[in-house]
Design a protein around this ligand. Structure first.
Ligand code: CP
Length: 315
């Protein structure tokens, strides 16, 4: 694997999951792989899990890790080709990425969407330019449209807890007070569409995801209908893709309750975190035996380590 920016970069998904589980059982087996190799982790937005899990994963593989909060510590980046840079941006991405590529063997990048111009965000202009100019393998630590490290951790969590060969997995929209990206939902959907699961998406009218991520999913607008016999429920807010970046509703009846879990197959409830308690997901679920959120967060480490290992094996 050269870059890890979406499920499409993965040749064999099951093998990558098995690699992560092998690393979970034996974290330091491949410590020699990253000797004298450096990973740079570049954040244009905040992070807890992605930052710490990727750093720890690289350390487990013997790598040197450099972390930069580009939004606070770096120069403001310009991305437009041919820009006359006489306003707020100080350094062009083609210069900055090329410099970072000389210091690092692998670079992880987080860059959220602006949620203003759908075409611009969904073109992944920033990521594509970063990959083009840095000249080394790039790992997405969440882009404008996708969060593959999270989705791999989610699939690992399902794989190690599932009780049936083909579980029913429901991705359900939940309310939130701020407009959030579609990246986690898009990414979870595209990974689930390639996994051996019965995949459903439940969201209010106006919140349908881009169809390219939900190819063989069943999409419904009634949460209760979707939850029947569910084995896993992935709760996540996202802003509207159709009326791009807008909050169309904050209807609290979309917040999952223990009562609503009664029709499920004792479903496990998933969320990528951070979560706004009692807005997006209730205390009664997060603090119950249904919650899988801590296991998911723990598996971020093994997901990142499997991805970095796979890239190290090719360079
Ligand atoms: N789930 C996730 O990516 O968490 P952070 O934003 O804290 O990295």
């Amino acid at each position: 694997m050269r870059n890890f920016t979406s499920v499409s970069d993965v040749e064999n998904i099951s093998k990558l999951v098995q690699s992560a589980l092998e690393l979970k059982a034996n974290p330091y087996k491949y410590k020699h792989l990253g000797e004298n190799k450096t990973i740079g982790l570049i954040f244009l937005n905040p992070s807890l899990r992605t930052r710490l899990s990727t750093q720890k994963a690289a350390l487990n593989l013997g790598m040197t890790v450099m972390v930069m909060n580009m939004d606070k510590e770096g120069w403001a980046l310009e991305t437009q080709d041919g820009a006359i840079m006489n306003h707020t941006t100080v350094e062009h991405i083609k210069d900055a990425a090329a410099v970072m590529g000389q210091y690092c063997d692998i670079i992880g990048v987080r860059s959220f969407p602006k949620l203003v111009d759908r075409e611009e965000d969904y073109s992944e202009d920033f990521f594509n330019k970063f990959i083009k100019y840095c000249g080394v393998p790039v790992i997405s630590l969440e882009s404008a449209t996708l969060h593959p490290c999270q989705s791999l951790a989610d699939l690992i969590s399902i794989t190690e807890t599932k009780k049936t060969a083909k579980p029913k997995v429901v991705l359900t929209w939940a309310p939130h007070i701020k407009p959030l990206p579609q990246a986690v939902a898009n990414s979870f959907a595209e990974w689930m569409c390639k996994a051996d699961v019965d995949f459903w998406v439940a969201n209010p009218e106006g919140y349908n995801l881009d169809t390219k991520y939900i190819s063989n999913a069943k999409v419904v607008h009634n949460q209760e209908d979707a939850l029947k016999n569910a084995d896993y429920i992935y709760v996540k807010n996202w802003s509207s893709y159709e009326q791009y970046g807008k909050i169309l509703t904050t209807d609290p009846s979309w917040m999952l309750t223990l009562e609503r879990l009664k029709t499920t197959n004792q479903a496990k409830v998933m969320h990528c975190l951070p979560v706004r308690r009692n807005v997006e997901l209730s205390d009664e679920i997060l603090d119950s035996e249904h919650a899988l959120v801590q296991q998911q967060a723990g598996n971020r480490l093994w997901a990142a380590q499997a991805v970095i290992k796979s890239i190290l094996e090719t360079i």
